[in-house]
Design a protein around this ligand. Structure first.
Ligand code: ADP
Length: 715
C-alpha cells in the first residue's frame, strides 16, 4: 500500500503536514531520520505510518508512561496493533505482552527508556525483526536541554545491542542548534534525513500580562473567552497550585490541582478527568504535561514565570495542538524573578551551567518587558530566521498604547537608588520617590535624601513598572537574594547623562487587554450548525465514556465541526471529512451518520451535494493559482484573488514548475536585482535567507530572493 492510501485508511487524512512526507519517505527508504517539528506538528504520524509499511516492528522510546497508554488507546481506535511495556503492567500482563510480541501481534511497541538495558528485553528484541527505533522527545538525551533524562543515555547502547541495526529516527519539538547537534552525535544517527520545521505556532496568541490582581484577571479571562473550555494554569509552587485551585473552585469553575506532592493515584485521577473532559481546568506545577497529548487545550496561563524560554515554550505549546486558535498568557510579576533566581542559587551547578541558567532566565525576563513582537522574540531564541517584525497575533503587536518619553523619570529613579546608597529594594525606593511617611522610611532618615518625594504625582505601580523596565534593559541591577536590592549598572550613566532617551508604554501598568476577538474554527467554517455540533459532541462523549477513552480519541473537535457544517449522511461523504479513516468509519460511522440524518430530516435541511463538499485538494490549489498566472496577472493580484500571500503564490508556482507546467519567472524579477541576489548567494550560500537579505540593499524583499532561487532552481 502506498503512503497516501495508508494515511487515508488509518488516519483519515488526505494530505501530509509539513515535513511529514520527507521523514516518512526517508525511513521507508532505509535512512535514519531527525524530525524537529513544533508541538502539534504531527510527529507521531511520522513513525506510526511507516510502522505499518515496514516489515518488522517499530520500537518507540518515549519518556512518559501516560503518553504511551494514550497513544496505544488511540492507535487501537484506528486499527493499528500496538502495545506498551512499562512499570504499570502487572507481572502477568507483562509476560503476556512479551509472549504477544514474540508472536508478532504488534507493529508498534512503546517502551520506557529504563527498560532498554534489561537482558530480557534485549534478548526479546533479537528474537524478532525490529525495523525501526523511533525516539520521541529526543532532546531528553542532551545535557544542555532543559529536560535531560539520564535514562536516555542508554539508547545508543541498546541500538548497538541489536544484531541487525534498525533504522533510527529521532523526533523532538524543542531543540536549539546546540541540542540538535548533540542529539545527532549521541544517538549516532547515520546520515539522517532531516526535517526542521519552523518553531512557529501560528495558531497560538501570546500575551504578557503585568497585573497586581492576578486572580481577578483570571476570572475575567475565563469568563469572557474560555468558559467551558479546556485550559492549563501553571504555578511555580505546590502551595500556589493548591490555593489557586481552591479559589477557582469556590468561584464555580471546574478545576483540579496537580503537583508532585499528590499521590500517584490522585495525580492520575486529575489527569484523566482533564483528558476525559470531566473537568475544564487543571492548575498544576511543571510536573504536569509531558505525557499529555490533549489536542483541544484552548489556553495555557502561566500564573508564575517559569525558569527559561525553553520550558515556557514547551508548556505554553500544550495549547492548540489541534491547530485551532488558542491563547498563551504569561503573567509577570517581579517576585517570580526573585524566586527563580533563588531556585538557581539553591542548587549546585558548575559555574558555567549556573551562568547559562541566569542567561536563560534573563531572556524570559526580557520577553516580559519587551515592547516588540513576542513571537519574534520567541523564534529568535530558537535561532530561527524570522522574516517579519510584527506577527499581529500577540499582545504587543495588537497593543495600541501610546509611547511616551520616560527618560526624566528614569533619571529620577536612578539617582534615588544612588542617593539611598544602593541598599534598598523596589518597595522602599518607590516609597522614597513618592514621599511616603512610612515608618521605615522615616526611621532610616530617607526623608532627608534629595530625591525624597520627587515623583509624588506617580502611582506605586507606575514607578514599579519603570523600575522593572529599567532592570530588563540593564540600567538597574536587582540582586538575586531573599531581600533583593537595587543597584546601578555600568549602563546607568548613559541615562543619567542624558545620552539616550527611554520610551515606554503610556498605559504603563495596566497593559490593555487585547481587543482581538478570539476566533475559533467556528468562524472559519461557514455554515456551522451549532446545535448539531453540540449533539455530535454529546454523542462523542457517550461513546468515549462507554469505551473508557478520551473524547478526542473518538473524533477531534475539528472533525465534528466539519460534520456539523457539511452534513455527511453516507459513507462516501463521511470518509471525506478530515479525521475519518476506514477503522473509525467502521466503528462509529453508523452512529454519527444516524444522528446527522435524523437531525437533517427533523430540520428539513438541504444537504450539499457530495461534489460541493470536496475540499480544494493540494494539487487543485496549485493548479488554481496556475490558472491565474496564465491569465497574466501580477503576483500581487494573484495573491489577492486567491487570498494567499505573495510568497505562498511563489511556492505554488514553484510546485507547478516541478510538476512540468510551463512557468516563467522572468516577468516577476528584473535582471539587475537577480544578478545582485545571485552574487550574494554565491558568496553566502543558501543556508540563511536573512544573511542574504541583510547583504542586499533595503528595497530587496524576501519575495525577490525566493523568486530568484525559484527561477534559477537553486534548491
Ligand atoms: P506532536 O507530537 O508533533 O505534538 P501529534 O503527533 O500529537 O503532534 O499531532 C498533532 C495533531 O495533528 C494530532 O491531532 C494529529 O491527529 C494531527 N495530525 C497529524 N498528522 C496530520 C495530517 N497529516 N493531517 C491532519 N492532521 C494531522
Amino acid at each position: 500500500m502506498d503512503i497516501y492510501n495508508t494515511l487515508q485508511k488509518y488516519f483519515g487524512y488526505d494530505e501530509f503536514k509539513e515535513g511529514q512526507k520527507t521523514l516518512i519517505d526517508g525511513v521507508l527508504n532505509g535512512s535514519d531520520a531527525l524530525g524537529i517539528m513544533p508541538t502539534g506538528g504531527g510527529k507521531s504520524l511520522c513513525y506510526q505510518l511507516p510502522a505499518m509499511l515496514l516489515p518488522g516492528v517499530t520500537i518507540v522510546v518515549s519518556p512518559l508512561i501516560s503518553l504511551m497508554k494514550d497513544q496505544v488507546d488511540s492507535l487501537d481506535q484506528i486499527g493499528i496493533p500496538s502495545t506498551f511495556l512499562n512499570s504499570t503492567l502487572s507481572n502477568i500482563e507483562f509476560n503476556k505482552t512479551l509472549q504477544d510480541i514474540r508472536d508478532n501481534k504488534y507493529k508498534l511497541i512503546y517502551v520506557a527508556p529504563e527498560r532498554l538495558d534489561t537482558f530480557a528485553f534485549v534478548n526479546l528484541m533479537n528474537s524478532i525483526e525490529v525495523s525501526m527505533i523511533a525516539i520521541d522527545e529526543a532532546h531528553c538525551i542532551s545535557q544542555w536541554g532543559h529536560d535531560f533524562r539520564p535514562s536516555y543515555t542508554q539508547i545508543p547502547g541498546f541500538i548497538n545491542s541489536i544484531e541487525n541495526r534498525p533504522i533510527v529516527a529521532a523526533y523532538t519539538a524543542t531543540a536549539t542548534e546546540r541540542v540538535t547537534a548533540e542529539i545527532k552525535n549521541l544517538l549516532q544517527l547515520n546520515n539522517p534525513i532531516e526535517s526542521l520545521i519552523g518553531f512557529d505556532r501560528p495558531n497560538l496568541f501570546y500575551s504578557v500580562v503585568k497585573i497586581g490582581d492576578k486572580l481577578n484577571f483570571l476570572k475575567e479571562f475565563i469568563e469572557n473567552d474560555y468558559r467551558d473550555k479546556s485550559g492549563i494554569i501553571y504555578c511555580s509552587t505546590r502551595k500556589t497550585v493548591e490555593s489557586l485551585a481552591d479559589k477557582l473552585n469556590s468561584l464555580g469553575y471546574s478545576v483540579k490541582a496537580y503537583h508532585g506532592g499528590m499521590t500517584p493515584n490522585q495525580r492520575e485521577e486529575a489527569q484523566n478527568d482533564f483528558i476525559l473532559d470531566r473537568i475544564n481546568i487543571i492548575v498544576a506545577t511543571n510536573a504536569f504535561g509531558m505525557g499529555i497529548d490533549k489536542p483541544d487545550v484552548r489556553f495555557v496561563v502561566h500564573y508564575n514565570m517559569p525558569q527559561n524560554m525553553e520550558s515556557y515554550y514547551q508548556e505554553a505549546g500544550r495549547a492548540g495542538r489541534d491547530g485551532e486558535n488558542s491563547h498563551c498568557v504569561l503573567m509577570y510579576s517581579p517576585a517570580d524573578i526573585v524566586q527563580q533566581k533563588l531556585l538557581i542559587q539553591n542548587q549546585t551547578f558548575s559555574s558555567a551551567r549556573e551562568s547559562l541558567l541566569y542567561e536563560n532566565l534573563q531572556y524570559l525576563i526580557d520577553y516580559c518587558h519587551t515592547n516588540d513582537c513576542l513571537r519574534v522574540k520567541i523564534l529568535e531564541y530558537f535561532d530561527e530566521d524570522v522574516h517579519y517584525e510584527k506577527c499581529n497575533n500577540c499582545s504587543n503587536c495588537l497593543d495600541e498604547s501610546e509611547m511616551i518619553d520616560i527618560t526624566l523619570d528614569s533619571q529620577k529613579i536612578l539617582s534615588c537608588i544612588y542617593r539611598v546608597g544602593e541598599r534598598y529594594g523596589v518597595n522602599l525606593v518607590t516609597q522614597v520617590l513618592r514621599g511616603s511617611r512610612n515608618k521605615r522610611v522615616l526611621e532610616s532618615g530617607l526623608d532627608k535624601v534629595s530625591t525624597y518625594g520627587i515623583m509624588k504625582d506617580h502611582s506605586n505601580e507606575g514607578i514599579r513598572e519603570i523600575i522593572m523596565t529599567l532592570i530588563s534593559r540593564d540600567y538597574i541591577h536587582m540582586t538575586a537574594d531573599r531581600y533583593p536590592t537595587l543597584k546601578l549598572t555600568k549602563n546607568s550613566r548613559e541615562v543619567l547623562n542624558g545620552e539616550i532617551e527611554i520610551h515606554h508604554k503610556k498605559d504603563l501598568v495596566l497593559a490593555k487587554k487585547h481587543n482581538r476577538k478570539s476566533t475559533t474554527a467556528d468562524d472559519i467554517i461557514e455554515n456551522l450548525d451549532e446545535d448539531l455540533f453540540n449533539q455530535l459532541k454529546d454523542l462523542r462523549y457517550n461513546i468515549a465514556s462507554e469505551k473508557k477513552v478520551a473524547p478526542f480519541m473518538i473524533f477531534h473537535d475539528a472533525t465534528l465541526r466539519e460534520m456539523a457544517s457539511l452534513f455527511p449522511i453516507d459513507r462516501q461523504s463521511l470518509l471525506r471529512v478530515k479525521g475519518v479513516g476506514d477503522k473509525k468509519y467502521e466503528s462509529f460511522g453508523k452512529d454519527f451518520i444516524g444522528l446527522i440524518k435524523d437531525y437533517v430530516e427533523s430540520k428539513d435541511i438541504e444537504v450539499p451535494e457530495t461534489e460541493k463538499i470536496t475540499r480544494e485538494s493540494l494539487d487543485e490549489r496549485y493548479i488554481n493559482t496556475y490558472e491565474f498566472y496564465k491569465k497574466g496577472l501580477s503576483l500581487e493580484d494573484i495573491a489577492k484573488e486567491r487570498s494567499f500571500t505573495v510568497s505562498t503564490i511563489i511556492n505554488h508556482l514553484v510546485k507547478c514548475k516541478e510538476e512540468g507546467y510551463n512557468v516563467n519567472f522572468d516577468q516577476f524579477i528584473d535582471e539587475e536585482k537577480e544578478s545582485n541576489i545571485l552574487e550574494v548567494i554565491n558568496k553566502n550560500g543558501l543556508e540563511s535567507l536573512r544573511v542574504i537579505k541583510d547583504a542586499l540593499p533595503e528595497d530587496y524583499t524576501y519575495d525577490h530572493i525566493n523568486l530568484c532561487i525559484a527561477k534559477n532552481e537553486l534548491k
